[in-house]
Design a protein around this ligand. Sequence first.
Ligand SMILES: Cc1cc2nc3c(=O)[nH]c(=O)nc-3n(C[C@H](O)[C@H](O)[C@H](O)COP(=O)(O)OP(=O)(O)OC[C@H]3O[C@@H](n4cnc5c(N)ncnc54)[C@H](O)[C@@H]3O)c2cc1C
Length: 638
Amino acid sequence: MVEVETIVERSSPPVGGKDRLIPPQIPSTQQGGDQGFRPTGDIPSFQRFVFEDNIGTRLRVLEFMTSDAIFKPVFGLSLAEQRALTLERLKRFGRRGFIDCMDVVKNPKRFAAVMECLHLVDYSLSIKGGVHFTLCGGTIAKLGTKKHHEKYLDKINQVQWPGCFAMTELAHGSNVMAIETTAEYDASSQEFIIHTPHDAASKFWIGGAAQHAMISTVFAQLYISGKWLGVHVFIVHLRDEHGHVLSNIRIEDNGPKMGLNGVDNGRIWFQRVRVPLDALLDKYCSVSPDGTYSSALSTIPQRFGVMVGGLTTGRILIAQAAVDASKLALTIAFKYSTKRRQFGEKLIIDYLSHQRRLVPSLAETFAYHFAMMDLMRLVQSKSSPKQEHTLSSGLKAAATWTKTEILQRCRECCGGMGFLAVNQIGPMICDMNVDVTFEGDNSVLMQQVVKGMLKEGLSNVGIKKPSLDDQSVIDEVAIQELLITRQRVLTAKLGRKIQAATCQGISAEQAFDDNLDLVLSLGWAFVEAHVMKIFHERVSSAGEGFRRPLGLLCHLYGLSRIENDAAFFLTHGLLPPSSTEVVHAQSNDLCRRLSHNAGKTLLSLCEGFAIPSYFITAPIATDAEHFPSTATINLAKL
Ligand SMILES: Cc1cc2nc3c(=O)[nH]c(=O)nc-3n(C[C@H](O)[C@H](O)[C@H](O)COP(=O)(O)OP(=O)(O)OC[C@H]3O[C@@H](n4cnc5c(N)ncnc54)[C@H](O)[C@@H]3O)c2cc1C
């Protein structure tokens, strides 16, 4: 039996004396906890600009979390301790009533704002909460009807019935449409029989299944009188109130993972488990007691699209968690880099190589943050589910891949200190490594992006090469033109290849698969052009006080895109050869300018992320004496 209170007592990192974990010139003292939106200088208005919506809600949630020691980050726990702590955190959070799973449908911005607060504690809590509230509760909210909402949602909101989401099977991960669990309707008893036909069809990786979940949304192929009707979702009870697994269900623990060990992933077998007619989530399809099936969606692929629709919210939150992790890691890395000196009196942030690793990462983080806010506006408006799908897929893939690189850069920029668990970045690297795989593997998601683009007929847009001479300074407008042109060139190229292949009798699907390298490049090109556009628009609407530094970051984000793919722009004649030197010099210049004054501007920009100091526990970042408030720095004077 794990005592959660004992774990919490161990949560404060050791400070001073023989327990000192940081270099001698930086004494470690904990900063007092504030709520992150500090009312001094022009930082609060900057934070309001960055966050834009549900600020009062965010503050209330953060106020609650920062007043309960259980939410303080803690490291070095055993697997059993991590799981117990994560469950207890989730329960305390649920009991406060911040979450309403119906918001996934009614007020997605609010739902996301509340869930985002969990990202600050640790990734196990984000994912355990994501599986429970977003995937299990959100799927019931989206696909269920009044009877399901009334029976389950309060219990899920309050975490009285921990839930999981059983979609993946051992043999079918990315290819969900081909899962093999069956749900056969028995009209004589008015029940569905949920069954795992063989071992490879067992549900695998199911978060919450190994120890805690009482209920699960289960994806299964529906059969009525022998007729196959495609993937549908059912609510199945897994355990009773005492935690005993119910009869005809077998569960195995997936065991220790390379990270994310606060989540109890498990494997489930159903041995002809009988569930009532009401177990079917029937908003888009229904089965009458006599077994008559009806749905306004006439084809199996159409229905499948709706059944997996619940994943969109989850995917968005995974992308947002990646952006939030980058914010925290960069804040720690900048705090350390602006105090740590090597080779005499030189601050490590003053080395150009250091700036080149961290400052473009900060630019990427703001870029994805604004793109996510923009996506949430689209989701809230419900104006274009197709665009939502394309953008959430692309941003999830790009943001998580980018975060993986940023966290590694931050870790390296903190030297050996970055390797200590207590300094937070290392555990984030391990816990979050899997985000490129779950909620849609990134390589597969990028294919969805391109399919979405092709369906919307983007291949028909014309290509006009931007006119840049050798000495042109490449500004944000020119960068946007270059990025959109890259997207168009790649789209046309893919279109030509698929057309040529189909002329030779090869199917379009096969031709698409044969060009997956190009498809992935196009997916990236689409996402980066979109993100640059949103960033530029957002900067244009920024207040005087912070438009300038954000503008420099936006410019740097764009230049980094060009630098990273310089070979493409040169070989396609979109840039004159000497301009790569210009781009490089401009990037260096921006990195230097943003890092000036011992990195204080960078610290001010990080304050825009509004991370309460309560969650920045890394000793290398928490020294109040050596890290005076940056709130007094005037961002406008850059
Ligand atoms: C820690 C963790 C928690 C999870 N939690 C849950 C959960 O709670 N509920 C749930 O249902 N699932 C869960 N999953 C499952 C997760 O969603 C799957 O792992 C994911 O969908 C990928 O499936 P897979 O692991 O079978 O990989 P595969 O699909 O086998 O992919 C393996 C590799 O092949 C590549 N690949 C596959 N298909 C293609 C293609 N068409 N084109 C190009 N490349 C391809 C992929 O890019 C990948 O690199 C979890 C997984 C993990 C690791």
